[in-house]
Design a protein around this ligand. Sequence first.
Ligand code: HEM
Length: 496
Amino acid sequence: MEQLPFSESWVFLVVIVSSVVVFYASKLLKNRGEDEREQKAFVVPRGNRGWPLIGETLDFIASGYSANPVSFMEKRKSMYGDVFRTHILGKAIIVSSDPIVSKTILQNHGNAFIPCYPKSITELLGKSSILQMNGSLHKRVHSLIGVFLKSPQFKARITRDIERAVQHSLSLWSGKTDLVYLQNETKKVTFEVLVRVLLSIEPGEEMNSLKREFEEFIKGLICLPINFPGTTLYKSLKAKKRLLDMVNKVIERRKLSLKKTEGNTMPSIDVIDVLLRDLGDPEVLHQHRLPLDFISGNIIEMMIPGEETVPTAMTLAVKFLTDNPVALAHLVEENMEIKRRKDNSGEEYSWNDYMSLTFTQNVISETLRLANIINAVWRKALKDVKVKGYLIPKGWCVMASFSAVHMDERNYKNPYEFDPWRWKNIGDAISSNIFTPFGGGQRLCPGLELARLEISIFLHNLVTTYRWAAQRDEIIYFPTVRMKRKLPITIMPLQH
Ligand code: HEM
């Protein structure tokens, strides 16, 4: 092959090298441009910091006391969009009322978010509480509890226990000549169930003192974060200490009996049992070296999400049904039908029987949507998170507002109406982004099915055996959802 003269080969080389340089430079510039455009495309949500120190807290609280608890959200959504910035309860915070953004927050891929609660709550919970722990330990504890609550043995036993507790309470209420304050009375039923699930304590003095101390303890969850003798937080921390002592005693008893029955493969009877057995596993102990008071602390903290929520849902279901005689009649019909079948066959009700009462489950879904018992969850971003055009900067607190999604007419037609029939059409939405009363993702409520079962059993026994008359009352949404007068009712046996 003929060789190019030196000068020509040099020119050829220069041309090749410069084309390569130009190619890569333009690629680099293009990438940088794209990066910049991308950076610009993701914006920190707009909003208002409000007044110095208090921010927009007063407006936020006022909406919680009004008939339209999402008015705070709606006003800001209309000004800034579905994701906005505000400053409430002492924190600058990004609020999401967008189902996709909230889903990203809940799913928490890449562990970008950790729970973020007001200071008084953080202090009361302790770092090793399931509500605050993160990473692999959280995953393990969450799944242990979830698996236990789904086990067939647990389901069969707890169905009988709930029936007994509900039937006993209803018979006491119906014998009363004075008013029954439903929100308080249902708490007694569900507390009994909760302590059975967690630590198998039977009704009696031990359960009563556990309840007394627990009530003192939770008063501190929403209070000024001042820990000084006489303050609510101080009393609450003292109550927690007494609670820990009580639960520790139960654990010691159970440890002894576990030792005696070492090697047995009987299924766990409660959450203490589940956690004790797991800690007894030498591999787990080696990995985490968890002290026993990890269990007692968690038992107490697991009472928090279960204690208020279920009785509030029961009470609000009764309130909504009282105000909607057509829905009530439909519910009675469905429940009477299964009662007749069971009475004729003499068969016991199973967990599945209750769960397959379609209209009853729709009443429960609609109650949870409308009541928004847990109206939001709070998180803190550990890194910059980009989603749907928004940038949630590292270090910011973010609130995924469930109520703003549940009450948005783009998601639900006539959102303020109690309409259990809507679930006939949108049944699938139960598992979608627009219906999240039990949260979602990594921290999806493990008590979800148990809560539905408790409410079903309560409604079934109430409507098939009794009738009631409720006095006027109204719902308050701040700091937690509740009836202003605890929903006073009179209750009497059905005349057959
Ligand atoms: C109507 C009743 C209930 C509602 C509306 C409800 C709602 C919720 C929500 C929204 C969360 C997620 C919190 C977050 O993401 O930070 C949650 C978590 C939790 N719930 Fe429930 N809950 C209910 C009943 C129960 C019951 C009966 C139990 C008890 C067994 C329970 C145990 C828990 C626990 C242990 C967690 C923490 C899960 C974790 O962080 O991994 N809940 N609940």
